[in-house]
Design a protein around this ligand. Structure first.
Ligand code: ASP
Ligand code: MG
Length: 411
């Protein structure tokens, strides 16, 4: 039955024993499918260690070299997974991002996928091999190794599934699926059976680290269903798929915390068309992903504040400084040590009072809210980083998301 893409996260392949367990899963899948493509992350915390090595060598590591270094983590994993499969008797071949024809732009450390030339992949699959692909990486038009951004192996998996027209894409990780909140922070969080692409995208963008947001965007665009499940425990996991009627009946289905985050504010820019464009042009050119945007006008001037990941704070500040030079006006400030707490649910579209419930819960928990942004299915509050976990638990309780006593606890 058709093609299957299976992705194994870093903790799932952290050592030889864990890798063998994953390989057995691949063998089972192989028996039931026409072909299996395996995508692997770097083993355990390898990428973090490589980043630390780079920082020890250079305070702001040159990005081309950083990509060359970081891509080795996934390369090692892929080679070892291929060996493990072969030791278990399955014909396998390991390929890097470049070898698998995954072309990207040249924005090092956060490259975007342009196209995937599946010829080599198909040939290997036709020859009856399991293809093990090093996740998180590709090759630029100039032939340089690029990486897709932290957590990018999920995107490799979704993109390969789309390019190959795979029947399914399974994302194996160290949790049993997508929960109503991070179970490490909220012990009574409940496992969700199904989540819509849009909800998952909102959850992933606001801190649910189980899946990379760009993988969700890619999966939705190509109608690839994703199943997130535990690599080393059996269970149904969570299906990420198109929206259905019953999903909408649940007002709020999940909460997430993102911390630490930072906020860059451009104040005193001329209140005229083009001010926001100047800032966002600069941010885009620097490759900074913006979480939320708040613009407020006061007479002749306007203030634009954007929240970003802490790791992007320095780049975002430089971009905002450049925008001030472009505009010939304005002043930039940077705040760090912030967190965002979000509630997400399709049912928000048709229910009122969600904001009131959230603000009441945060007030009762003594959390002061610094800023609020919303989408059709999400409310996000910016709070101090110290208040983040308390705010998350308060929101989770307020919307009755806790697991009922009979339901199994998080794995
Ligand atoms: N190894 C990379 C990271 O840690 C990519 C991934 O795991 O998806 O960010
Ligand atoms: Mg990941």
């Amino acid at each position: 039955m058709g093609l299957l893409v299976q992705k194994f996260g870093g903790t799932s392949v952290a050592d030889a024993t864990a890798m063998r367990l994953c390989a057995r899963r691949v063998l089972e899948a192989r028996a039931a499918h026409d072909g299996v493509v395996v995508v692997v992350s770097a083993m355990g915390r390898t990428t973090d260690s490589l980043v630390a090595l780079a920082r020890a060598a250079h305070p702001d590591p040159p990005r081309r070299d950083l990509d060359l270094l970081l891509a080795t983590g996934e390369q090692a994993s892929a080679a070892l997974m291929s060996m493990t499969l072969q030791a278990l008797g399955a014909p396998a071949i390991a390929l890097t991002g470049a070898q698998v024809g995954l072309s990207t732009d040249d924005l090092h450390t956060r490259a975007r996928i342009g196209s995937i030339d599946t010829a080599r992949l198909r040939a290997a699959l036709d020859a009856g091999r399991v293809v093990v692909v090093a996740g998180f990486q590709g090759v630029s038009p100039g032939g340089d190794i690029t990486t897709l951004g932290r957590g990018g192996s999920d995107l490799t998996a979704a993109a390969l599934a789309a390019a190959l027209g795979a029947d399914a894409c399974e994302i194996y990780t160290d949790v049993a699926g997508v929960y109503t909140a991070d179970a490490r922070l909220v012990p009574d969080a409940r496992l969700l059976e199904r989540v819509s692409y849009d909800q998952m995208l909102e959850l992933a963008s606001v801190g649910a680290r189980v899946l990379h947001p760009r993988a969700v965007v890619c999966a939705k665009a190509h109608s690839v269903e994703l199943r997130v499940a535990h690599a080393h425990a059996d269970g149904p996991g969570t299906l990420i798929t198109h929206e259905s009627q019953d999903m909408e009946q649940i007002v709020v289905s999940g909460c997430a915390l993102k911390a630490p985050i930072a906020r860059v504010t451009l104040a005193g820019a001329p209140n005229q068309p083009g001010s926001a464009a100047a800032l966002f042009d600069r941010l885009a050119r620097a490759g900074v992903f913006v979480d939320d945007i708040v613009q407020t006008e006061a007479g002749a001037t306007t203030t634009i504040a954007v929240t970003i990941e802490s790791a992007d704070a320095a780049d975002a500040r430089r971009a905002a400084d450049a925008a001030v030079r472009d505009l010939g006006a304005g002043a930039v400030s940077l705040e760090t040590g912030l967190a965002s707490v979000s509630v997400v649910g399709l049912g928000m579209r048709s229910h009122t009072g969600v904001a009131a419930t959230l603000f009441r819960a945060l007030a009762d928990a003594g959390v002061s809210v610094r800023n609020v942004t919303t989408s059709e299915i999400r409310i996000t509050c910016i709070v101090g980083a110290d208040d983040g976990e308390r705010a998350l638990r308060a929101a989770h309780d307020a919307f009755g998301l806790a697991r009922r006593p009979a339901e199994p606890a998080a794995v």
